[in-house]
Design a protein around this ligand. Structure first.
Ligand code: ATP
Ligand code: MG
Ligand code: MG
Length: 376
């Protein structure tokens, strides 16, 4: 069989390798940490992501190369493309690595983003904040995750400090109007090299401290909004010439308007629900797309709520799974546990997730509520 090389060795690579191994592929990950989530279930080259010799070895050992994070060094991407087959290309990485380029590409696909402005000085920030009104959100253009590299400006007195703090390391900045969303949604779409596109059902996402807590599917939105969200994601996949997965994070306002927040050109935490709840998981779909196979059916098999397991949840969860689950039996839910094989259960670190399959999302939410694990 063919070997798929993955740049990165975290949980997304692990679940990709688990899905792809079942399809007969072999995997080799390039990651600096030995015996990480992916390395435990695949071969691994232990080296830094920007190590050119290691990248060359990955290319030599792989028939196809993909990645599980978007901040891939442009030089490494170019080298991999010269020495192996990288169906996703480097353009998609270049675009999604930078919030301004990403927003312009989304708009060019005919899809709306929250009003934004490039910020090059404290004066520009003040002027843009006056235009957008308060609050507004200042973000670094590159490198942010879990809300890091962001400042919600609530008073004009904060303008100088916000600018100085976020631009400290020479970061480029973007200011966004604050969207008073009713819900946050996400849609994951896949596109094959031939241009076949399929979207997964929209997820309703609830964050705690800027970290994803729950994905609820079906999302508690109208059929029309659901279809519109899926259409937007497919339009972006087409417009950006995506190969593989594109995750589209959306804001839904009270008047039913959708705005794109940001993109991720890879499997996404809010798509983990697909592992048991859809006919095809996001990981299988990604493998299908980058290996140029026909895409799988994305239909939902059952209502589901995905709940993230962070470092502080691991101990109570492991104690809980040893006991008879009276609540699951009564509520007729099936909680499916996924752990990523990480050793240090550090507070707020993503260690795993539970897909709670149920007859309806209320029953799944009730099980999470009664399982006191997520109160810490
Ligand atoms: P990640 O990549 O982990 O999803 P991130 O650090 O790239 O996060 P964003 O997704 O841009 O950050 O923002 C984090 C959260 O902050 C959003 O999910 C949303 O709840 C809130 N947020 C971000 N931008 C806005 C905005 N313009 N208006 C209102 N809320 C916002
Ligand atoms: Mg992000
Ligand atoms: Mg986000």
């Amino acid at each position: 069989g063919s070997t798929i090389g993955i740049l990165g060795g975290g949980q997304l690579g692990r679940m990709m390798a688990l899905a792809g191994s079942a399809m007969g592929y072999r995997f080799v990950a390039l990651d600096p940490t030995p015996d990480g989530p992916c390395g435990q279930v695949s071969d691994q080259i232990v080296a830094a992501y920007d190590d050119r010799d290691a990248a060359r070895e990955l290319a030599k050992r792989s028939d196809v190369i993909t990645y599980e994070f978007e901040n891939v060094d442009a030089g490494v991407a170019a080298m991999l493309m010269a020495e192996s087959y990288v169906p996703q290309g480097s353009e998609l990485l270049y675009t999604t690595q930078h919030r301004l380029r990403e927003k312009r590409a989304i708009e060019a696909s005919g899809v709306r983003v929250a009003p934004y402005s490039e910020i090059r000085s404290a004066e520009e920030l003040r002027a843009a904040a006056e235009r957008f009104g308060l609050p507004c959100v200042l973000k670094t253009a590159t490198g942010g995750y879990d809300g890091k590299g962001q400042w919600v400006i609530r008073s004009f007195d904060e303008v100088e400090e916000a600018y100085e703090t976020l631009s400290r390391s020479g970061a480029e900045l973007v200011l966004e109007q604050f969207i008073r969303f009713e819900k946050e949604l996400s849609v994951i779409a896949a596109r094959s090299p031939q241009g076949e596109i399929k979207a997964f059902p929209a997820a309703e996402n609830i964050h705690i401290d800027n970290i994803l807590h729950l994905s609820i599917v079906p999302a508690r939105i109208s059929e029309a909004v659901q279809q519109e969200a899926e259409k937007l994601a497919m339009r972006i996949a087409e417009g950006l010439g995506v190969v593989g997965l594109i995750a589209v994070e959306l804001f839904l306002t009270t008047d039913g308007e959708l705005y794109v927040n940001e993109l991720a050109p890879r499997p996404h935490n809010s798509g983990h629900y697909t592992m048991e709840a859809c006919r095809t998981s996001q990981f299988e779909q990604h493998v299908r797309a980058v290996c140029n196979l026909p895409l799988g059916d994305t239909s939902l098999l059952t209502p589901v709520v995905m709940v993230n397991v962070l470092g502080q949840h691991v101990e109570p969860l492991l104690a809980r799974v040893q006991e008879h689950d009276e609540a699951a039996e009564r509520l007729k839910v099936a909680p499916k546990l996924h752990l990523y094989g990480k050793k240090d259960a550090v507070h707020k670190r993503k260690m795993g997730h539970v897909n709670v399959l149920a007859d309806n999302v209320e029953a799944a939410l009730q099980w999470i509520e009664e399982t006191t694990i997520w109160k810490v």
